[in-house]
Design a protein around this ligand. Structure first.
Ligand code: CTP
Ligand code: CA
Length: 227
């Protein structure tokens, strides 16, 4: 791997990257999770670091280790990820690749829930804070470039375009995560980059290559205007 050793185009830029799934506790031994491996977020953090960025890598419990050359903040739940991101501000950019759980279990039990003669437990949910939307809508401290992801299983472009507008981020990296694509948990990704200028479809490529291209785009967007 070629490394810029802090002399790349993102030298001096502080970038927050969220990655991985979150685990929402039910009791001390059980949790609700999702199928995110953390592969795309990890690759993006590595690619940004390779271009010289100071990366704050806020990661849920992923299948793969964090990249080297980044500052790693490990979290479990969406609430912890939210707190860690707010603590990591200010930044020049935020890339929100995590598959944040949409709901948490209200009043998770502090002791293991036991079977009780066939009586079933009932879980009540509350919605988690939307980290991407909150950061995008900050009036003070908003990073100049905020990038979200949209994992969809149908009408990918339409849903992702609406998501960008609703949340207020600058770019959305949209992808189709329906099971037949094999993208969730796989090595490849097929994304569409959605910005105020429209939708740009990228061919299917490795998650590493998606990360490299996205990092280049971020470097170009953060570069001082030329001319
Ligand atoms: N996101 C976030 N905090 C949340 C939920 C999502 O920061 N609590 C971010 C994700 O990291 C991603 C983007 O929002 O960058 C979109 O996530 P997604 O799950 O596709 O969108 P939702 O708004 O949660 O909508 P839905 O799951 O209903 O499609
Ligand atoms: Ca969601």
């Amino acid at each position: 791997v070629e490394r810029a050793f802090g002399n790349g185009p993102l030298k001096g830029k502080r970038i927050i990257v969220t990655s991985g799934p979150t685990h929402e506790p039910i009791d001390p031994v059980r949790y609700i999770a999702n199928r995110s491996s953390g592969a795309q977020g990890t690759a993006i953090a590595a690619a940004l670091a390779n271009l010289g960025a100071d990366v704050e890598f806020v990661t849920g419990p992923a299948d793969i280790p964090p990249p080297s050359g980044v500052n790693v903040v490990k979290v479990q739940s969406a609430a912890e990820m939210h707190q860690a991101v707010m603590n990591a501000l200010p930044a020049d950019a935020g890339v929100f690749a995590a598959a944040v759980a949409d709901w948490r279990v209200v009043s998770a039990s502090s002791s293991k829930i036991k079977k009780d003669n066939g009586k079933l437990p009932t879980l009540t949910f509350a919605e988690n804070a939307d980290i991407l939307a909150e950061v995008s809508q900050l009036t003070d401290n908003r990073p100049p470039l905020v990038v979200g992801f949209a994992a969809e299983t149908e009408d990918v472009i339409a849903h992702a375009t609406a998501k960008r507008e609703r949340k207020g981020c600058d770019w959305i990296v949209a992808n189709d995560v329906s099971p037949e694509t094999g993208i969730m948990g796989g090595k490849e990704n097929a994304v569409t980059l959605i910005s105020a200028d429209g939708a740009e479809e990228w061919p299917r490529m490795s998650k590493t290559e998606v990360a490299r291209r996205l990092a280049e785009r971020i470097a170009a967007a953060l570069a001082p205007e030329k001319g």
